[in-house]
Design a protein around this ligand. Structure first.
Ligand SMILES: N[C@@H](CCC(=O)N[C@@H](CS)C(=O)NCC(=O)O)C(=O)O
Length: 228
């Protein structure tokens, strides 16, 4: 059994989609990041970086429980456990890891900063909006070119796609329109229809959407604490 520490956010969905795609036995443990639950000591033991997702696999290597934080590490662990969505063959494996790391180091952080300054910031900062807006454009151009050359980011469907898809779902927050990106659209529409993806995206579907208005308790819990 695997515990999935989760809240319905782009990074959270990566792990939820992967577990659903693999049909593994898992239980969702909600961590309401809008209520500050990510800072509770018992969760910090699981993820010292106070973020979702994280997992605990009670049947880890040699039958011992293992705890994993960072979505990229979670995806690699699950892919290796199930021997799916991360090829063994070194060249394809490297290609998959390159696009996975590109997501974790660039797509998520830059789009996330764009969301922050375009939607959640407590003051309008044109420099930051322009800086991250430009990064979003650059990243979309890279994805658009790549998906004009290959069906999925690393050739076959893989953890690189599972990692990137939930961020493209949030495109309104970083002011992008898929009509401008036909190759990303083709890829997105195919992935969206996968039963595992739909199941993952449905996780904790009943939860309220965040508003995170500057100054509200929700906003403070998400952006105002920064304690460790
Ligand atoms: N690098 C981390 C990023 C995770 C992350 O930023 N999660 C956000 C939700 S999308 C979160 O839990 N934020 C709560 C907080 O920062 O307090 C990963 O890939 O797992």
């Amino acid at each position: 059994m695997i515990d999935l520490y989760f809240w319905p956010t782009p990074n959270g969905y990566k792990a939820a989609i992967m577990l659903a795609e693999l049909n593994l036995d898992y239980e969702v443990v909600p961590v309401d990041i809008t209520a500050g639950k990510q800072f509770e000591p018992k969760f910090l033991k699981i993820n010292p970086n106070n973020k979702v997702p994280a997992i605990v696999d009670h049947d880890g290597r040699h039958g011992k429980p293992i705890t994993i934080f960072e979505s990229g590490a979670v995806l690699i662990y699950l892919a290796e456990k199930a021997e799916k969505y991360l090829p063994q063959e070194p060249v394809s494996r490297s290609e998959t890891l390159q696009w996975l790391f590109f997501q974790n180091s660039t797509v998520g952080p830059m789009l996330g900063q764009a969301h922050h300054f375009m939607v959640y910031a407590s003051e309008e900062l044109p420099y930051a909006i322009e800086r991250y807006g430009r990064e979003v454009g650059r990243i979309y151009d890279i994805l658009e070119r790549r998906l004009g050359e290959t069906e999925y980011l690393a050739g076959n469907y893989s953890i690189a796609d599972i990692s990137t898809f939930p961020w493209i779902r949030t495109r309104k927050l970083h002011r992008r329109d898929l009509n401008d990106y036909p190759n990303i659209t083709r890829w997105y529409e195919v992935i969206k229809m996968r039963p595992g993806v739909r199941k993952g995206i449905d996780t904790l579907n009943g939860q309220k959407q965040w508003e995170a208005k500057p100054g509200s308790e929700e906003w403070k819990n998400m952006f105002g604490k920064g304690k460790n």
